[in-house]
Design a protein around this ligand. Structure first.
Ligand SMILES: Cc1cc2nc3c(=O)[nH]c(=O)nc-3n(C[C@H](O)[C@H](O)[C@H](O)COP(=O)(O)OP(=O)(O)OC[C@H]3O[C@@H](n4cnc5c(N)ncnc54)[C@H](O)[C@@H]3O)c2cc1C
Length: 429
C-alpha cells in the first residue's frame, strides 16, 4: 500500500487549513476532495469572522479574496403584516481591521487550495474517499475508488454529513434534531445598486437576518449578505420542525416564498440568480462534539460539530479554520514524538479546549435547547412589530399617551407567565 505521512479527507476550510499548516512545516500531506475543485460543494451563508483567527497564518488574511467588510448589521422581525428592523452600525465593525467579511466559498476555498499547493501539499479533486481503513482499532489509511493509501494519521474533515466517520465509528450518525437545512441563492446585482439599497459607503457591506413569519413558525430564519457584485440570500430551518410540518410545504419552497415577501422583493429586484445551493448545518452545539482524536486520526470542522448558531451570529468557518490549524499543530507534535496514537495526538483537543472554539461552544451550551422554543420564531417577532406599530399609529380616535400605548402593548404581549419563563431560560444563554 502506498504510504503518505498525512491524508486529509475533505478539501473545505477545515481540511485546507490543516493542510496549509502541515505543508508549511514540510509534512507530507495529501488532501482528497470529492468535488471538481475546493469550493465546488461548500456552502456557507456568507460571513467569516476574522478576528478570532487573525493570529493563525497571519500572512494569509491580508490576501484572502474577501467580498465586503461588514459595517452594518440589520435584524428584521417579521410580524403579521408589520415588521421591525433594528440596525446596528459601529465604526469598529469595519474600519482598519474589520471583524468580519462576506465571502463566496467557490472563490475562497479555491484560492486556499492554491496556497496549500504552493506550500507543497497535494490537493486531489474529484477523489471521493469511500472508507477509512482501520486495523486493530487504529485508522491506518483510506480507500478511494478501489485504491488504498496508508497514512500515519488521517484528518477527517468531510463536513457535516459524517458519512465516513460515523461508518468507522469515530462519530455518531447525524440526527435531524441537531441539524438545520439551508437554502441559498447568489443573486447578481451591480455594486452601486447594493450600496444604494443597503445605504453603504463604497466597498462596505451589510448583513441582514430575518426572523418570524418567513419560517412559518419553524425554528430558523432568513439571511442576506452583500458581496461585491451580488447578494447571498437564504433561509435556514430546523430539520426536525420541517419533518413535523404537515401543510405540504417542501423545504425548498420556503426560499421561493421568502423572495416574494414584500420586505424582500424590492431588495432582490433586477437581480439575476447566479448560483443555487442547499446544505445542512450542525446546530447541536457542544453536546454533539464527538471524540476529537483517536489512534491514527483527528476530526475537524463540521465533522467535529464545530458550528454555532447564536440567533444573530452564525459561526462555523472560523471554527473550521481554527480546528484545521490546531490539527496541524498536533500532527507536527506527534511526528516529532513519533507517536500517532490517541495519546500522541491528545494536544489537539487540549488546544481546542484552551481556544475560543470549545470555550465559545461551552458558553453557548444552552443555546440549542433555548432555540427549541417556538415562541422565539412566532410570538416575539409579531409582538415587537405589533407594539411598535401601535405606537406609530394615528387613527381617527383621540390618541392615548405614549406611555399608555406602550404599557398596553407590553402588558398584552410581554407580561405573562410564558414570557417570564422565557426570560428565565434566557439567563443561561
Ligand atoms: C446555509 C448555511 C449558512 C452558514 N452561514 C455561515 C456563516 O455565515 N458564517 C460561518 O462562519 N459559518 C456559516 N455556516 C457554517 C459553515 O459554512 C461551516 O461550518 C463550514 O463550511 C465548515 O467547513 P468544513 O471544512 O468543516 O466543511 P465543508 O466546507 O463542508 O468541507 C467538507 C469537504 O469535504 C468534502 N468531502 C465530503 N465527503 C468526502 C469524501 N468522502 N471524500 C472526499 N471529500 C469529501 C466535501 O466535498 C467538502 O469540500 C453556514 C452553513 C450553512 C449550510
Amino acid at each position: 500500500m502506498e504510504q503518505v505521512e498525512c491524508i486529509i479527507v475533505g478539501g473545505g476550510l477545515a481540511g485546507l487549513s490543516a493542510a496549509y499548516g502541515l505543508a508549511s512545516a514540510g509534512v507530507e500531506v495529501m488532501v482528497l476532495e470529492r468535488g471538481d475543485y475546493s469550493g465546488a460543494k461548500n456552502v456557507t451563508g456568507g460571513r467569516l469572522y476574522v478576528k478570532p483567527i487573525r493570529g493563525f497564518y497571519p500572512e494569509l488574511w491580508e490576501e484572502l479574496p474577501y467580498e465586503r467588510p461588514i459595517a452594518r448589521e440589520l435584524v428584521t422581525m417579521m410580524g403579521d403584516g408589520a415588521h421591525t428592523t433594528i440596525e446596528i452600525a459601529s465604526d469598529r465593525f469595519a474600519g482598519a481591521k474589520p471583524q468580519s467579511y462576506t465571502v463566496l466559498r467557490a472563490k475562497l476555498d479555491q484560492w486556499l487550495a492554491e496556497k496549500v499547493t504552493e506550500k507543497g501539499a497535494m490537493v486531489v479533486p474529484n477523489m471521493k474517499v469511500d472508507e477509512l481503513l482501520r486495523k486493530d482499532g487504529r485508522v491506518i489509511g483510506i480507500r478511494a475508488g478501489g485504491d488504498e493509501i496508508g497514512a500515519q494519521v488521517v484528518i477527517v474533515a468531510e463536513g457535516v454529513l459524517r458519512l465516513l466517520s460515523s461508518e468507522a465509528g469515530l462519530a455518531a450518525e447525524p440526527q435531524a434534531k441537531h441539524h438545520a437545512l439551508g437554502y441559498k441563492e447568489v443573486i447578481e446585482l451591480p455594486s452601486g445598486v447594493i450600496e444604494d439599497r443597503w445605504h453603504l459607503n463604497p466597498g462596505e457591506g451589510a448583513a441582514q437576518f430575518f426572523m418570524g413569519a418567513c419560517t412559518k413558525g419553524m425554528m430558523g430564519g432568513g439571511f442576506l449578505y452583500t458581496n461585491k457584485e451580488s447578494i447571498s440570500l437564504g433561509m435556514v430551518v430546523g430539520m426536525e420542525d420541517m419533518r413535523r410540518r404537515r401543510d405540504g410545504t417542501e423545504s425548498w419552497q420556503l426560499l421561493d416564498e421568502f423572495k416574494e415577501l414584500p420586505q424582500i422583493k424590492p431588495l432582490v429586484a433586477g437581480g439575476v440568480v447566479a448560483e443555487y445551493s442547499a446544505h445542512s448545518v450542525p446546530e447541536g452545539g457542544i453536546s454533539q462534539v464527538p471524540k476529537l482524536a483517536g489512534d491514527g486520526y483527528l476530526v475537524a470542522g463540521d465533522t467535529a460539530g464545530l458550528s454555532l448558531n447564536a440567533l444573530v451570529t452564525v459561526r462555523g468557518m472560523d471554527f473550521a479554520i481554527a480546528s484545521g490549524y490546531f490539527a496541524a499543530e498536533a500532527v507536527k507534535r506527534a511526528k516529532k514524538a513519533g507517536d500517532f496514537t490517541a495519546a500522541g495526538l491528545a494536544s489537539y483537543e487540549a488546544s481546542l479546549r484552551n481556544s475560543f472554539v470549545l470555550k465559545d461552544l461551552e458558553t453557548a451550551r444552552a443555546i440549542p435547547g433555548f432555540m427549541e422554543n417556538p415562541r422565539l420564531f412566532t410570538h416575539y417577532p409579531v409582538a415587537v412589530s405589533r407594539l411598535l406599530e401601535s405606537i406609530y399609529t394615528i387613527d381617527e380616535r383621540p390618541q392615548a399617551g405614549l406611555f399608555k400605548k406602550a404599557w398596553r402593548g407590553l402588558r398584552r404581549d410581554f407580561m405573562n407567565v410564558a414570557t417570564v419563563k422565557d426570560a428565565w431560560s434566557m439567563r443561561k444563554i
